[in-house]
Design a protein around this ligand. Structure first.
Ligand code: COA
Ligand code: MG
Length: 290
């Protein structure tokens, strides 16, 4: 279960260190949009070196956001950073499951070259950053065993369609972004992977963040991206199943174990059946590696 994913710009040793010493489940060392053109090659070297020193010694799993597949940087990014044994790659501007297959086949070769176990490097896709990608949100099922989750983004999609804003005056998403957010959620569950909510750029508004996290979790998202350390604990708390949810899940499974031939039962006066069993299993699976 990945609850929080904190970005740190790949050309900032200070932020990469600070992020890796915190409580995020995943730290994403960024080579893409937070790094200027003039720093791209320098950042690649810094991230590779950082991984070599830190990838085993810190609590968060270290992922790298590489540059998009169709840029001049991408292949060198992947070839270099894999030598530092990252836990995974965040692929931006992903257009469909076939982009994941392409990245995965590069990783097949690089894992052999570096002597790593097959499929040890995971992938998360940012799956809504181009207009075309929106039509492929159902394409992630079975594309690669490496794919852990998908997330969505509003900034690049907004630029792609010349939107002047993605938020209403009350900080809700405007309708095009509500739609892609929902597509991300359903696309993730269709592929049986994690649905990860996008960043909240207004990082000082931590009370709004708590509201947004609560809504995302109620909708079915399992985690959320962060851009500032002050967002991590709020996100972790919001996406950790509560004591009551864990107890309820155990009670649901126990009741069906006691009644193996029953399709539907009642617990505390409420009907429970197959979807409740699935939900309970997901919650208990999710807390295993916390
Ligand atoms: N990771 C690690 N440390 C971070 C951090 C991050 N993402 N964001 C801020 N910090 C650190 C700062 O370096 C500072 O450290 P210090 O107290 O030791 O000096 C402290 O947290 C407080 O930072 P603050 O002054 O509130 O913000 P800032 O002006 O330094 O940085 C941003 C603001 C937005 C530039 C910064 O949060 C950032 O770089 N975020 C990530 C951006 C990114 O990667 N975007 C790509 C994905 S959308
Ligand atoms: Mg971007």
């Amino acid at each position: 279960m990945i609850r929080s994913l904190l970005f740190a710009p790949g050309d900032s040793e200070k932020k990469m260190t600070k992020a890796s010493e915190g409580n995020a489940d995943v730290v994403i060392l960024d080579l893409e949009d937070s790094v200027s053109e003039s720093q791209k090659v320098i950042a690649r070297g810094m991230v590779t070196e950082f991984l070599k020193v830190k990838s085993k010694g810190v609590k968060p799993k270290l992922y790298v956001r590489v540059n998009p597949l169709d840029t001049e940087y991408c292949l060198s990014d992947i070839a270099d950073i894999v030598t530092g044994a990252p836990a995974g790659i965040l692929l931006p501007k992903c257009n469909s499951g076939s982009d994941i297959q392409k990245l995965s086949s590069y990783l097949d070769v690089l894992e052999v070259a570096n002597g790593y176990p097959k499929n040890s490097i995971k992938i998360i896709a940012v799956a809504t950053e181009t207009a075309a990608s929106v039509f492929n949100m159902g394409s992630y099922e079975n594309c690669s065993v490496r794919l852990n989750g998908i997330t969505w983004g509003a900034e690049d999609l907004g630029a792609a369609v010349r939107a002047s804003t993605s938020l209403t005056s009350t900080k809700d998403w405007t309708s095009p972004y509500q739609m892609v957010r929902s597509l991300c959620l359903f696309g993730a569950y269709a592929a049986n992977i994690e649905a990860l909510d996008t960043v909240m750029a207004d990082f000082r508004d931590t009370s709004q963040l708590a509201i947004v996290c609560d809504q995302a979790r109620k909708d079915g998202f399992t985690g959320k991206l962060a851009i500032h350390p002050c967002q991590v604990d709020i996100i972790n708390q919001a996406f950790t199943p509560t004591k009551e949810e864990i107890e309820h899940s155990r009670a649901v499974l126990a009741l069906f174990e006691e009644n193996p031939d029953a399709g539907t039962l009642q617990l505390d006066g409420k009907m429970i059946d197959k979807p409740h069993i699935e939900q309970a299993k997901k919650i208990l699976d999710g807390i295993k590696n916390l």
